[in-house]
Write a protein that binds this ligand. Structure first.
Ligand code: GUN
Length: 280
C-alpha cells in the first residue's frame, strides 16, 4: 500500500492566502509589516534560506531588510545591529539565521532580540512561555509541522508521536506542541537504544536529525503518518532524513523532500511577522 502525499507547497499556498489578507488589512490601516533577516558568513544553505525568506516577503508585500554580514563580524557589532533593529518601528520581526560563526555566543545573540520581535521564537522568554503554555512566538518549523498535520486531518489527541531529534530548533519545540495537543510523546535521539523498536510504535513519526535516508521502511509500522523535517544535500540532489521511496510503501501519509516541511517553515515565519505587526 502506498501512502498519500502531504503536499507542503499546496498547504503553504492556502495558508499564505490567509496571511495575504491580513497584510492587506494592515496596509489599509497604514501599517506595513516588516521583517529583518541577519546572516553572518557565507554558509551556502543559509544563503539560500535567507534568499527564499526575502522573496516570500516581497511576494506578500511585507517590508524586507536583509543584512549580509562578513564571517569576521564581531559579537559587539552584531549585538549593535540587533539593538538598532529592536528600536526600529518599521521592523516587526527580527531573525538571525543560524548557525552563527563559532566566535559568536548564539544564546547571547538570541536573548538580545526584543522578545516581541522574536519571530523565530528562540528567545529564552518565548521558549519558556511556550513550555508553560503562555502566549509565545512559536518556532516556525515545528509550527509548520503542526499546521500540516492539522490541514491533513491528522488528529493528535491520544496518539503516540515519536520525535527523532532533540534540537532546540525542531525536536524539543515540536514535542512540546504535540504534547499541548494531547499526544503521548517520545523523543528519541542519537543515544537512543533500539531506535527501530521505538519508531515502530509511532502513530505519527516526526524526524529531524539531519542524516540522509536514516529512517528506513523496516523502522516504520504500516499506517504511520511520517513527517520528514530533514534536508540533506547528496550527489543526486536534496533528500530528507526518511528513505522516501521505501517508507512511502508503508506510511498512511508522508511528506516529500523538497516540497514538504520547507515551504511551511517560511510560511509560519510570515505568519509570525504579521502577528507581531497586528499586536503592535
Ligand atoms: N537555521 C535552520 N533553521 C533555522 C530557523 O528556523 N531559524 C533560524 N534563524 N535559523 C535556522
Amino acid at each position: 500500500m502506498a501512502g498519500t502525499l502531504i503536499d507542503g507547497k499546496l498547504i503553504a499556498k492556502k495558508v499564505r492566502g490567509d496571511i495575504q489578507k491580513r497584510v492587506d488589512k494592515l496596509k489599509e490601516k497604514g501599517v506595513t509589516p516588516g521583517l529583518a533577516v541577519v546572516l553572518v558568513g557565507h554558509d551556502p544553505a543559509s544563503q539560500a534560506y535567507v534568499g527564499m525568506k526575502e522573496k516570500t516577503c516581497i511576494k506578500l508585500g511585507i517590508h524586507s531588510e536583509v543584512y549580509r554580514l562578513a564571517e569576521e563580524t564581531t559579537q559587539e557589532e552584531l549585538l549593535g545591529l540587533i539593538t538598532k533593529l529592536n528600536n526600529d518601528p518599521k521592523i516587526n520581526g527580527i531573525l538571525v539565521q543560524l548557525p552563527l560563526p563559532k566566535h559568536i555566543d548564539e544564546g547571547k545573540v538570541l536573548d538580545t532580540i526584543d522578545p516581541e520581535k522574536d519571530v523565530d521564537g528562540f528567545h529564552s522568554i518565548n521558549v519558556g512561555n511556550l513550555v508553560i503554555g503562555k502566549d509565545a512566538f512559536v518556532p516556525c518549523t515545528p509550527y509548520g509541522v503542526i499546521v500540516m498535520l492539522e490541514e491533513s486531518g491528522v488528529e493528535l489527541t491520544g496518539k503516540h508521536v515519536v520525535v527523532v531529534g532533540r534540537s532546540n530548533i525542531v525536536g524539543k519545540p515540536v514535542a512540546t506542541l504535540a504534547l499541548q495537543r494531547h499526544a503521548t510523546v517520545t523523543i528519541a535521539h542519537s543515544r537512543t537504544k533500539n531506535l527501530p523498536e521505538i519508531t515502530r510504535q509511532a502513530d505519527i513519526l516526526i524526524v529531524a536529525v539531519g542524516r540522509a535516508n536514516m529512517i528506513t521502511k523496516e523502522m516504520v509500522r504500516e499506517g504511520t503518518v511520517v513527517i520528514d523535517v530533514g534536508i540533506n544535500r547528496v550527489e543526486t540532489g536534496l533528500v530528507g532524513d526518511v528513505d522516501f521511496e521505501g517508507v512511502k510503501e508503508v506510511a498512511a501519509q508522508i511528506t516529500p523532500v523538497p516540497g514538504g516541511v520547507g515551504p511551511m517553515t517560511i510560511t509560519m515565519l510570515m505568519h509570525n511577522t504579521v502577528l507581531s505587526a497586528e499586536r503592535r
